[in-house]
Every structure is written in C-alpha cells, then in structure tokens.
Design a binder for this molecule. Structure first.
Ligand SMILES: Nc1ncnc2c1ncn2[C@@H]1O[C@H](COP(=O)(O)OP(=O)(O)OP(=O)(O)O)[C@@H](O)[C@H]1O
Ligand SMILES: [Mg+2]
Length: 414
C-alpha cells in the first residue's frame, strides 16, 4: 500500500479507486519479470504512465525506454522505423538505419495504439517476441535483440481480432499480463481529487485563484459520462480556469463546458436557468425527469415490440398514432420544456395482443405531465409523512418554503 502511494507520487498519478490501485499493483508486480503487458482502457484514462512505471521498476531500468505511437507512423515506414532498413531498401533510403528494436536492445519498447499496426508488421512483431529475431527492411540477415515489449490500446482489441484486423496469436502473446485502466466515471470520489489537483495546478500556471465547484456542480462532475476521461477533465478544468472570471463554478457554468452528450448519458441537467425559484426545485425535477426518462424507454421498447409482433400501424387509433409519434420523435427533455399534458391511450384492436394491451394501457394512461407528476409526488410525500411538511420536503429533497408554495399552487391545502 505504502509502495503504491510512492509510485503514484513519483509518476503524478492521482486517485485511490480500487480498480486504479489494482492496475498499478499489477504493473509493479510484473515489472521485474520480462512478461509482455497489454494495457487497455478508454482514451484519456492515463495509460501512458503504466509502461514507465513498469520500466523503472524492472531490471532494465538502466537500459533505454522507447515509446512508439504506432497510430502516428505511416504504414509505409513503420517496418523501417521499428526494425531498421538497409541502404537502398526503398526510394529515399540513402543510408542504412537502426530501428527501435535494435536501439532498445536491453531495454523496453512501449508500443502505443498497437491495434493500428498493419498485419504485415504484426508478423514481424510476433517473430521478435517469440525468438528475439528480426530482419531490417531490405536485408536478409537475421539479427537478435533483447527487448521487453509493453503495448497499449484504447480500442476493443478482441473485436479487432474477430474482424481479422489483429492477429489472434499476437494478441495472446502481447496479453500475457493484461492491465485494465478504469474509466473516470467508475472512479467515484477520485474525480474530486483530480479536479482539485488540476485546478490548483492551473491556478499556479496562470497566476490566479483556483476555481471551486458548488455542490450541484460537484454532483454533475460525478454523474457525467466523461467520454474523454481524465484528459477531458483536465482540459475543461483548464478552460474554465482561464475563461471564467467567477471562481465559484456553478452547475450551469460547468454544463456549458461538457459537450457532446448523448441523450442517455445526460448529467443532471435542467436547461431553464432563468425560471424563478428554479434552483431550489431542481432536485424534485431531476427525480421526475429521470423517472420519466425510464418510463419513456420502457414505452418505446413496448410499443416497438407490439408493432413488430404484428400490431398493425393502420389499426392504431388516432390517439395511438399520436402517442407513437410523440414517443419516437422527441426526447423527454424537450417535452418537459413546454410542459404539455401528455395523457395518451394506445388501442390495439387485435385479439392476440389482448393481455399485453391491457398492461400497456395501464402504463400509457399514466399522465406524463410534469406538473401532474410533481403534484402526485407531493401528495404521496405528504401522505406518507402524515401531513408533516418539514418531513415531506426533506424526503422530496426540496426546501420547506418551496413545498409550501407548491401546496398552494396545486391547491393541496384545500
Ligand atoms: N490518475 C491520473 N492522475 C493525474 N493525471 C492523470 C491521471 N490519469 C490521466 N492523467 C492525465 O490525463 C491525460 C491523459 O492521460 P494519457 O495520455 O495517459 O491517456 P491515455 O490513456 O494514453 O489516452 P489515449 O488512449 O487517448 O492515448 C494526461 O495529461 C495525464 O497526465
Ligand atoms: Mg495514450
């Protein structure tokens, strides 16, 4: 444990998440052996420190360490870069040249984005891994080298094998020890440690006070999908540090820096920032929105199933068609913005679907109006807490004052 902390410190790795610790522990354990290590993990998860950790804890630490980004080298020159070439081997080869495998003899090579290697290079790589032998491009002389190979990829390499783009035998050879670097969204509270570190670093670099997040912004940090992982967090922390004058960052400000959200990856989000008193009601709205979102999801599946199981579109009533239309053309969030009262009934006249239809009607007749759902929720909370507003408000996650206003608004005090 203590050793891991010092490794983290030395390599600037922040975080205590179990999955991250496990990955680092494997790296340290496997370092003194010569086993091949394949590091996998989404883009921006921090894979690049791992081969450095492995090399510096290995017996080769005084040998050379060469990192090669296989994705950045053109297909035509990669063999020559890795294995060298002889004079005249190809047009422009005016001199002979050593490749990385020759230079790194006695050391470590890190092949980043290894899945990008062309198949012909994969054959050469397999050979050097199995026998230590390689041949310079344009030569016939077999040479020997002693190199430890560490590889990394952010793509699903098993899928690449299945698609015939990556040799299966090479995959097994590289994957002797797999190390999985977990995505940021899995790491829970680590995200706050990372954010604080980055915000302090950028504050120092740009000579200004560090930015801080309010509670809702912190929540958003936790619930966001982070497709670009730690790299994305670092980038937006830098952007916010530089661009925002305000040092206390709210969820609304933060949201404007979180682009490209797929619908099913939405963080806690409410668009209507100008609506009065909105802040205190957010939580209840989140609850409702998420409930609605999952209802919608179920509905879509159900309706789709019914249609593909033989329920004719032409046999739908007008209301039914409208419901299908609503479900498939707009997102739940778009609907809540205009607050329409959605109360829809689907009527399939077919006999065969009868039992299914009855269930469906129950689901579909449930009101999807935001205010109806809110009112209902408030009533339930009041009932459950014997009319005690303080308790009901705290259960709903809103302030007593807001609850009081809502009770008046919906006439629940009558
Ligand atoms: N645990 C961490 N602590 C501190 N900084 C980190 C951590 N993980 C990643 N970073 C930083 O995030 C950035 C991205 O990391 P890195 O380049 O290693 O990603 P990667 O996994 O190699 O991504 P890709 O697959 O896109 O190459 C780097 O600036 C790195 O320093
Ligand atoms: Mg990388």
């Amino acid at each position: 444990m203590k050793e891991l902390q010092s490794v983290k410190q030395r390599f600037g790795i922040i975080g205590n998440y179990e999955g991250l610790n496990r990955a680092l522990d494997i790296a340290v354990q496997v370092a003194p052996t010569d086993l091949s290590v394949l590091i996998t993990g989404e883009s921006g998860t921090g894979k690049e420190s791992f081969p450095q950790v492995i090399h510096s804890f290995s017996l080769r630490k005084h040998g050379s360490y060469i990192a090669v980004n296989c994705g950045a080298i053109p297909e035509g020159t990669i063999d020559s870069e890795l294995f060298g070439h002889e004079k005249g081997a190809f047009t422009g080869a005016t001199d002979s040249r050593k490749g990385y495998f020759e230079v790194a003899d006695g050391g470590t090579i890190f092949l980043d984005e290894v899945a990008e290697l062309p198949l012909s290079t994969q054959v050469r790589l397999l050979r050097v891994l199995e026998s230590g032998e390689f041949i310079r491009v344009g030569s016939s002389k077999v040479q020997k080298t002693d190199v430890r190979v560490i590889t990394a990829t952010n793509i699903d390499i098993i899928q690449a094998v299945a698609a015939g783009k990556f040799r299966e035998d090479l995959f097994y050879r590289l994957n002797t020890v797999p190390v999985r670097v977990p995505p940021l969204r899995e790491r829970g509270e680590d995200i706050f440690l990372l954010f604080r570190k980055f915000s302090v670093d950028f504050a120092e670099r740009y000579r200004m006070p560090a930015i801080r997040l309010d509670n809702q912004a912190r929540e958003m940090l936790l619930s966001y999908y982070w497709p670009g992982n730690v790299r994305q967090l670092k980038n937006i922390t830098e952007q916010i540090s530089v661009i925002e004058r305000e040092r206390d960052i709210t969820a609304t400000i933060l949201l404007s820096y979180l682009p490209d959200l797929k619908k099913d990856r939405l963080p806690v989000l409410v668009k209507d920032r100008d609506e009065k008193g909105f802040g205190s009601e957010r939580e209840i709205l989140y609850k409702i929105l998420f409930e609605m979102k999952s209802d919608m999801h179920d509905l879509k599946n159900l309706v789709f199933e019914m249609i593909s199981n033989g329920g004719e579109i032409s046999s739908l009533t007008e209301t039914g068609l409208k419901a299908v239309n609503n479900l498939y053309t707009s997102s739940p969030l778009q609907k809540t913005e205009s607050h329409p009262a959605h109360s829809v009934t689907l009527n399939f006249p077919g006999q065969r679907e009868k039992s299914l239809i009855q269930d469906t009607e129950e689901v579909l007749e449930e009101s999807l109006s935001l205010s109806d759902r809110e009112k209902d929720l408030i009533q339930k909370a009041l009932g459950k807490n014997n009319g005690k507003r303080k308790l009901a408000a705290s259960e709903l996650g809103i302030s007593e004052r807001t609850l009081y206003r809502k009770i008046k608004e919906y006439g629940l005090d009558a």
